[in-house]
Design a protein around this ligand. Structure first.
Ligand code: HEM
Ligand SMILES: *[C@@H]1O[C@H](CO)[C@@H](O)[C@H](O)[C@H]1NC(C)=O
Ligand SMILES: *[C@@H]1O[C@H](CO)[C@@H](O)[C@H](O)[C@H]1NC(C)=O
Length: 508
């Protein structure tokens, strides 16, 4: 009896081991070099231990192989992935060979039934459906519409600085400073909710509506993702059966209700005979709804694109930009001197926002040091043969996951001298941004046909908030904040480990 049990156990363990490792020669067979994967974790030991941000696993590999190859083979669990380590190849993936890589990997893990909202985001849609949806929502985000809601942005900027004044009065510095991420999220929740839906989130009051907390929860569920990825990377067939739910059911019904009330309010205003004067996103979405006969749920799916993608990303950029300016009083003063003469009634006129080179450079430099999108997981959609520097040419088959680790390029001394330092000047060299982008080393908003559709909206929000805060306050970093640029170990978007704590001092 004991023997049989033992034999059975051994057989099961043996089988499991075989199953876990049988495709570990996937890349060797295709003559693609790469590091040896480990049982269960593949080449991502830190993703599973959650001790360090997983991008550092890729950075170790990147540094070791980049002089010899353009791409190496790695494993996420037991799933083979092509890791792009040459920025020219990254540029091919995003731009010149787009037709071979036009989908995002996440599409494999979700479907409409389990996650209606996320499945309808352009980011997750594939093929023709993606093309159609992108074309459908993009006109909602033209410069014209961003300009229409600029007064809303300015109003929220005032609320932001009043809120900061209040924190100063309450003695924030003495109690560890202001949590920059929380403050930034209040700002973006308010601008996005108002700009997109025409509703107030009361983000700066003591009793904000639940909008912010729902959004916070979305981006704070490390376990869900880890367990999901372990399961589906270990048993790829499972990804057909179980799907990822990014937007929890509670949040989904909350936003459905919110959408309904926004639509109702706007329709009532229209029916009331007074032509609503705001040609904003909701206005556009409602036109779309009439044209295409969309119901509330379908409307929500389209609108949530703006909400989901707009809060955390822009808030993260704002918080890290304040961190970097707080650490560098000279840059802060230079920026202030650029902005102050341009203010009219306390705000920068919309048409001049894009005519402030140092502000632009600071924004780009902070995207470089803390890119919310630190890597992109693409899917090969059409088999392609690629060169590999010192190694032989190889074939990437349709269906293969292709990883572009933007962060590694952005932190590489070969492309950015003194890469850990905040040096906005590097973006002031003639054509710097274009050169960086075309060589594939810097694409903070992506590139090619799938480039971020919210770029204009996001940069306007962030620039307006920075202008408001920098001209009204001196910003310093509270000593509680770490001095280096180490990233938080977990999180869907990259951020400074331990949080960002700021001390503000009124300049009036
Ligand atoms: C500063 C803030 C933002 C940053 C840094 C950012 C960054 C990015 C990046 C890097 C991508 C491309 C990802 C890839 O191809 O791998 C992307 C895509 C996207 N972004 Fe943004 N984003 C920001 C704000 C926004 C906002 C405010 C919106 C909406 C209002 C938005 C909507 C989208 C959408 C829908 C896509 C997918 C586009 C597609 O696949 O066709 N983003 N973003
Ligand atoms: C910053 O980046 C954006 C987007 O890539 C680009 O259009 C802009 O010219 C850049 N600005 C500077 C000063 O580098
Ligand atoms: C970095 O600095 C060195 C020496 O200061 C210089 O030779 C090199 O060209 C610089 N590299 C870049 C990418 O600017």
């Amino acid at each position: 009896m004991v023997l049989i049990t033992l034999a059975l156990t051994l057989a099961v363990v043996g089988l499991l081991y075989l199953m876990m490792t049988w495709n570990f020669n996937y890349w060797r067979r295709r003559r693609v070099p790469g590091p040896k994967p480990k049982l269960f974790v593949g080449n991502y030991p830190n993703m599973f231990s959650m001790k360090r941000h997983l991008i550092y696993d890729l950075q170790d590999i990147y540094r070791k192989y980049k002089s010899k190859y353009d791409a190496v083979g790695v494993y996420g669990g037991r799933l083979p992935q092509l890791l792009v380590i040459n920025p020219d190849l990254a540029h091919r993936v995003f731009v010149s060979d787009f037709k071979h890589f036009h989908d995002n990997e996440v599409a494999k893990f979700i479907d409409e039934k389990t996650d209606f909202i996320f499945a309808n985001n352009p980011f997750s849609l594939t093929g023709d459906e993606w093309k159609e949806r992108r074309a459908e929502v993009t006109p909602g985000l033209t410069m014209g519409r961003v300009k229409t809601v600029y007064p809303v942005t300015n109003t929220v900027c005032k609320q932001l600085s009043e809120w900061v004044e209040k924190q100063i009065r309450l003695g924030a510095s003495a109690t560890g400073g202001i949590d920059a991420k929380d403050m930034s999220l209040r700002f973006t929740s308010e601008t996005v909710t108002d700009c997109v839906l025409g509703l107030k989130a009361d983000s700066f009051s003591d009793k904000p509506t639940p909008i912010m907390s729902h959004i916070k929860n979305l981006f704070n569920q490390p376990w869900t993702f880890m367990i999901f990825f372990i399961l589906t990377n270990t048993f790829p067939l499972l990804s057909r059966l179980i799907k990822l739910r990014f937007v929890p059911i509670k949040a989904e019904s909350f936003f459905l209700g919110l959408m309904a009330s926004a639509v109702e309010a706007r329709r009532a205003q229209q029916a009331g005979g007074k032509q609503f004067e705001r040609t904003d996103f909701l206005d556009y979405i409602l036109q779309l709804a009439d044209k295409k006969d969309l119901n509330n749920r379908q409307l929500l799916a389209r609108t949530m694109t703006f909400l989901l993608d707009g809060f955390e990303t822009s808030a993260g950029v704002l918080a890290h930009m304040l961190l970097l300016l707080g650490r560098d009083p000279e840059a802060q003063q230079r920026l202030r001197e650029e902005i102050l003469p341009r203010l009219k009634n306390g705000i920068i006129p919309f048409d001049e926002l894009n005519d402030l080179p140092y502000l632009d450079a600071c924004l780009n430099e902070s995207l470089r040091l803390f890119p919310p999108a630190f890597m992109s997981n693409k899917l090969c959609t059409e088999t392609i043969e690629l060169p590999n520097k010192d190694g032989p040419n190889f074939v990437v088959e349709k269906g293969t996951t292709v990883i572009v680790p933007h962060y590694c390029f952005m932190q590489d001394e070969e492309f950015f001298n003194d890469s850990q330092a905040f040096q906005p000047e590097r973006f002031l060299e003639p054509d710097a941004a274009k050169k960086y982008k075309d060589s594939g080393v810097f694409m903070g908003f992506g590139d090619g046909p799938r480039i971020c559709i919210g770029m204009r909206f996001a940069t306007v929000q962030v620039k307006a908030a920075i202008a408001e805060l920098i001209t009204k306050f001196n910003v310093r970093v509270n000593p509680k904040t770490r001095k280096d640029n180490e990233l938080e170990a977990t999180g869907i978007l990259a951020s400074l480990r331990g949080g960002i704590w700021l001390d503000f001092e009124s300049r009036q």
